[in-house]
Design a protein around this ligand. Structure first.
Ligand code: AMP
Ligand code: MG
Length: 494
């Protein structure tokens, strides 16, 4: 077998952390998509991956002797309720390896069959959710947002029964680690403090090397995770992304976006937008993400309190102080990004106010979030405000006046802070994507894929690689949905 340099470092942990599991034999494994660029980063031979043996490897059927596949144990708060036993019910960790950028990454399968943790589920995935995760996770990466990535899609030859009957598929996913807040919770609720400490040491060694030798490394771990999650969620919100299921088992300690279920990008801006069919009370709505983040991290902090100090009161104080930083880091990150989205060179109270006023107007005018922000670039370039104004539909004249006033305020600030028009245009373009994977397009691609046609999927998978560059071949992907195309709800499809 080709040298893959794959091992499984998670096996160094006690066996309570995982179960040795093999992928189920599927009737007809077939490679549907290989992400060449990611294969390159993983230092995996492309010709091997494209061969029959490569398909067997990617499907978990033929692994090198250096690794053993496992399913991981974890717990989690789902919609606020603690579920003590979750775990990889349809996922399988094949192993990990050092990539060309010196970062260690896991290779994991989703949809490869039942495990010890399947809890009555079939351990399988349909082509719909697999395609959604491939497209959205890769888009997030190219939008410069930390995320798990998608190396390949395999068809299994099975038919999967969900809301519809669809072809079975496996997603080959890559992550800095699959340790979640829920992994810590799994051992904390069982009072296995030694295991919690082992896990903390494992993840520090894996992802936070710089704090490894520090005396207060566990306090620093909490600081790092709070900082990473605050920045991550700010980035989501700067592109109108709604994760949809921010349960603690879907909150990565490596601070990557993980577990793409009923996620979606907003078309027209709505502060409280919810897509997920299972999120009845809007717990994970667009703007609530900034509140759920610290809630999830408080659950993490609770699991490692005993590592912060010998004195419990002191531990609580340390944790509270760190958790309070979430809001500060979140706000300053969002302000920094959104000031650039307005073409401004730096964040200030003025830029923050201006951005927030624009959001209010967008909601009132049912304006498309992505296209409205992108149009600012052509306002500066062509000195024509109509490109921007036509995104809004206002029933009242008063709101049109407000929008014109907003434009005046924006021009004024831009003139003061950025005299160079070209620099402003460049900044606007490189911070406001023209491409996001829109729901109605993804749904269309999934419908076609379920019938065996992957042309649009392949085209979209190419378009997403340059989200900031206008490309005339992809203009149909840039458009907001027509009324009849609008998708209001997304499903887990698990
Ligand atoms: P998720 O929606 O991916 O966050 O999954 C929540 C939990 O349900 C995890 O423990 C999954 O492993 C499990 N799960 C989801 N879908 C399936 C399935 N088809 N079969 C078995 N377990 C599943
Ligand atoms: Mg999950």
């Amino acid at each position: 077998m080709t040298k893959l340099d794959l091992e499984n470092s998670y096996i160094s942990l006690p066996t309570d952390f995982y179960r040795f599991t093999q992928s189920e034999i599927m009737p007809a494994l077939e490679l549907l998509k290989l992400n060449n660029e990611l294969a390159e980063l993983l230092d995996l031979d492309k010709d091997f991956l494209l061969s029959e043996n490569g398909t067997m490897f990617l499907g978990g059927q033929a692994l090198p002797e250096t690794t053993k596949s496992i399913s991981l144990a974890y717990a989690g708060h789902q919609f606020g309720q603690l579920v003590p036993q979750l775990g990889d019910g349809r996922a399988l960790l094949l192993g990990d390896k050092i990539c060309k950028d010196n970062q260690r990454r896991d290779i994991q399968l989703k949809g490869s069959g039942k495990t010890m943790f399947s809890r009555g589920g079939d351990g399988r995935a349909g082509i719909g959710p697999v395609i959604r995760e491939y497209l959205v996770s890769e888009s997030m990466h190219h939008l410069d947002i930390p995320t798990t990535r998608s190396l390949a899609i395999l068809l299994t030859g099975e038919k999967i029964v969900r809301e519809t009957i669809q072809p079975g598929a496996i997603l080959v996913r890559v992550a800095k680690s699959h340790v979640r807040v829920g992994t810590f919770q799994f051992f904390a609720i069982r009072d296995q403090q030694d295991h919690v400490q082992r896990l903390a040491d494992f993840i520090i060694d894996r992802n936070f090397q710089t704090i490894k030798t520090k005396k207060d490394k566990y306090r620093l771990l909490l600081e790092k995770v709070v900082e990473g999650q605050a920045k991550l969620i700010a980035k989501w919100m700067s592109v109108g992304f709604i994760h949809g299921v921010m349960n603690t088992d879907n909150t990565s300690i490596s601070c990557e976006t993980i577990d793409y279920g009923p996620c979606a990008f907003m078309d027209s801006y709505q502060e409280k937008k919810v897509f997920s069919s299972i999120d009845q009370f809007g717990r994970y709505s667009f703007s609530n993400q900034a509140l759920v983040g610290p809630w999830n991290l408080s659950r993490f902090a609770e699991t490692i309190l005993f590592l912060l100090s010998d004195d419990q009161d002191k531990s609580i104080k340390i944790a509270e102080e760190i958790l309070l930083n979430f809001e500060k880091i979140f706000n300053s990150t969002l302000n920094e990004i959104t000031s650039k989205k307005l073409g401004l060179p730096y964040a200030s109270a003025h830029s923050e106010k201006l951005y927030n006023e624009l959001l209010v107007l967008m909601e009132l005018g049912q304006a498309d979030f992505t296209l409205t922000l992108r149009s600012l670039e052509s306002v500066v370039r062509k000195s024509n405000q109509n490109h921007f104004i036509e995104n809004f539909v206002f029933p009242e004249i008063e709101q049109k006046v407000q929008l014109n006033n907003w434009l005046k305020d924006w021009h004024k600030l831009l003139e003061i802070e950025e005299a160079n028009k070209e620099t402003a245009v460049k900044r606007l373009r490189s911070n406001n994507p023209i491409f996001i994977p829109r729901n109605h397009i993804i749904e269309k691609v999934i419908r076609e894929a379920s019938e065996g046609n992957f042309n649009q999927f392949n085209l979209l998978a190419t378009a997403l690689k340059e989200p900031f560059t206008h490309n005339s071949s992809f203009v149909d992907f840039y458009k907001s949905p027509k009324k009849e195309e609008l998708v209001q709800q997304t499903f887990c499809g698990t």
